[in-house]
Design a protein around this ligand. Sequence first.
Ligand code: AMP
Ligand code: MG
Length: 470
Amino acid sequence: MTLHIPFDNSYARLPEGFFAPQKPMRVARPSLIAFNEALAADLQISGADSADLAGIFAGNIVPEGASPLAQLYSGHQFGQYNPQLGDGRAILLGEVIDLHGTRRDIQLKGSGPTPFSRRGDGRAWLGPVLREYVVSEAMHALGVPTTRALAATRTGEEVFRDTPLPGAVLTRTAASHIRVGTFQIFSARKQWDKLQTLYDYTVSRHYPHVTSPTELLQEVIQKQAALVAQWMSFGFIHGVMNTDNCTLSGETIDYGPCAFLDAYDPNKVFSSIDRFGRYAYAAQADVIVWNMAQLATALVPLVEDTDTAITEFTDQIHAMPDLIRREWVQRFGRKLGISDADQEDAELIGDFLNLMQRENADFTNSFRALTDGTLADHLTHRADFDAWSDRWQVRRSADASEIMAQSNPVIIPRNHQIEAMIQAAVGGNDAPFHRLNTALAKPFVENRDYVDLRQPPEQDEVVQATFCGT
Ligand code: AMP
Ligand code: MG
């Protein structure tokens, strides 16, 4: 049975100038590493036993109904506006309507050069492909809005970075790949018709109830505020929150140099290219406001009365930090078993985080130990914890244990385990990759088989820096 993907490609129907038609590049020896059958079923993809899977998801076979293309966008990278980016190593095959009626993009990443590749080779190596597969699926299992991984293949070809590395292709799905940078490019180029077309498209695809740019901005602000608070609640650091990596749908996208906190440290940076800590753990709450200000700026020309637009958008941006704080308090409140935390709980939460920082305690395991009632046994500053705990008891909800068990994962994709998994796969052993995926699919469940995945890194295992790996 051949694979059937029920494409319905709305982006390809947009007028000229939004994308460049582009077929994926043929590769030497495609072989399948993983195919996400549960996700495929959700996307109404059938015939998943097909022998063509490797050929399709490495880009050698363009499936029937696909309209392969590279999308155009621009964006601010580390605060600097780059007037043209675009899919330089990604190709949108097309869209499908999933079982819930939601339109979802299917995109190959690492599938060869496009007109937007600039100096890049359009390819990906195995490491970032497997990292994105594992981490995006783990984020989904944690309940975080995210793009997802449908397949990973080896190309059978080498990709040259500093050294030759095995080439690979990731197939991911997304609510869409519309980025802040997609709006920015048409706005910066003063292509008002295209800006309006993109606005209409985005509204009808994601926010059909929206009736004005002000309302669209508010929807995206709300989604992104919630998203960043959720990232922070799991110790997630995106690492490259450029405006081209910031979606209108509110999904997490582009898992490059991302990482999870081991020990709690608000200033933690992993990404090797983030030299000034612009995208440090705690800075994410500030930089998302900056990103939304760029979206607002791009939307202004859509409003007839410019002064009114600027006043309204400015108010919305100024209100965003409070919105993030509320989302943050809610998320971290639940981690402490407080069902409806308010601003007054911020101090209690902050004091707990400070305690953890002073103990150099593992972020994920501390919250889980607090959930299990075993945290005090591990601490040096016991008296301080006891004093904090007295205040905490007063605020805990009646169903605190359940709330905490649902909010504090047992396992997360730890950086050192991801690195070890990649090393194994480069050596031809995919078992750690598959094991991580299986374990991370149920992050809130205690499972004896995966006790090792709960361990923080030993001194010599600590990942100091992550790389875009492009
Ligand atoms: P990223 O920081 O990974 O989101 O990518 C930023 C821009 O660089 C996007 O336009 C990518 O398509 C492009 N890019 C990254 N890696 C490559 C590559 N290997 N070949 C071509 N373009 C790339
Ligand atoms: Mg990107």
